[in-house]
Design a protein around this ligand. Structure first.
Ligand SMILES: [Zn+2]
Length: 248
């Protein structure tokens, strides 16, 4: 059995969980936050390997999973959680079963992405979790939400409170979670280092621009994104400015 998940404690009670054997297109971060009352996990990974078996400690304290948006690399493992929350604009896609495949061409097809002549990777894993794993059987099961989120909602874990920021553009119900006390922003796919995807069938460039204008003014100390490494406010403003200039 391959060690599927990496775990790095990036701050007190904040653990970044990664999936290094997943192609960079789909290798997302999960952010496991320890509160005094309960834990929350921001995003749930691809769902190729069961979190309950690989990271049992994550489930010891009745965790709530907060889904930043309804894409396979963020919600594939979410059905393992009893308590799930996402923005109301993502609920329908989650209930229908999000489009999913571990094969590049098939996934692009299901998501409605035009590769525009770029090479598309074949299998989106560089290792199988175990030799018997069948990537063709991969699915993301339909799932219901136990809590529906709106902009401004607060999620209290005890000693730690997150505010929901509705920041549409990548998808209609994309959210970030903001811990005001520490200036920590969990940004999902709204902003990260890399090409920001705004060309999906339900993406909205005008909305994305408004989301970026909002983030450029937000007083953050650190951004923990849905993909790649964390960055500071200066870098956030640069990434927002770059997006606003390329879509002007
Ligand atoms: Zn996404």
């Amino acid at each position: 059995m391959v060690d599927w998940f990496t775990q790095v404690e990036v701050g007190p009670g904040v653990i970044r969980v990664g999936e290094p054997h997943v192609n960079e297109l789909l290798s997302a971060n999960l952010w496991w936050l320890r509160g005094t009352d309960r834990d929350i996990v921001i995003d749930a990974g691809l769902g190729v390997v069961a979190l309950r078996q690989a990271v049992p400690g994550m489930f010891a304290r009745d965790p709530l999973v907060l889904l930043t948006h309804a894409h396979l690399d963020h919600v594939g493992g979410a059905s393992e959680f009893v308590d799930r929350a996402a923005h109301r604009a993502e609920a329908q896609v989650l209930a229908a079963g999000v489009p999913a495949s571990l094969y590049g061409a098939d996934l692009y097809d299901k998501l409605g992405i035009d590769a525009a002549g770029e090479p598309v990777p074949d299998l989106l894993l560089d290792a199988l979790p175990d030799p018997g794993y069948d990537p063709t059987a991969y699915r993301v099961e339909p799932m219901a939400l136990s809590r529906v989120l709106d902009d401004g909602d607060r999620v209290d874990l005890g000693g730690r409170e997150l505010t929901v920021l509705h920041l549409p553009g990548h998808t209609p119900g994309s959210i970030a979670l903001f811990e005001e006390r520490t200036g920590t922003l969990y940004s999902g796919d709204v902003v990260y280092e890399g090409w920001l995807i705004d060309n999906l069938p339900n993406s909205d460039v005008a909305a994305y621009r408004r989301s970026m204008e909002f983030l450029a003014d937000l007083d953050v100390a650190v951004v923990h994104p849905g993909h790649g490494d964390s960055f500071d406010r200066t870098r956030l403003r640069q990434l927002a400015a770059a997006y606003l200039s390329r879509t002007a």
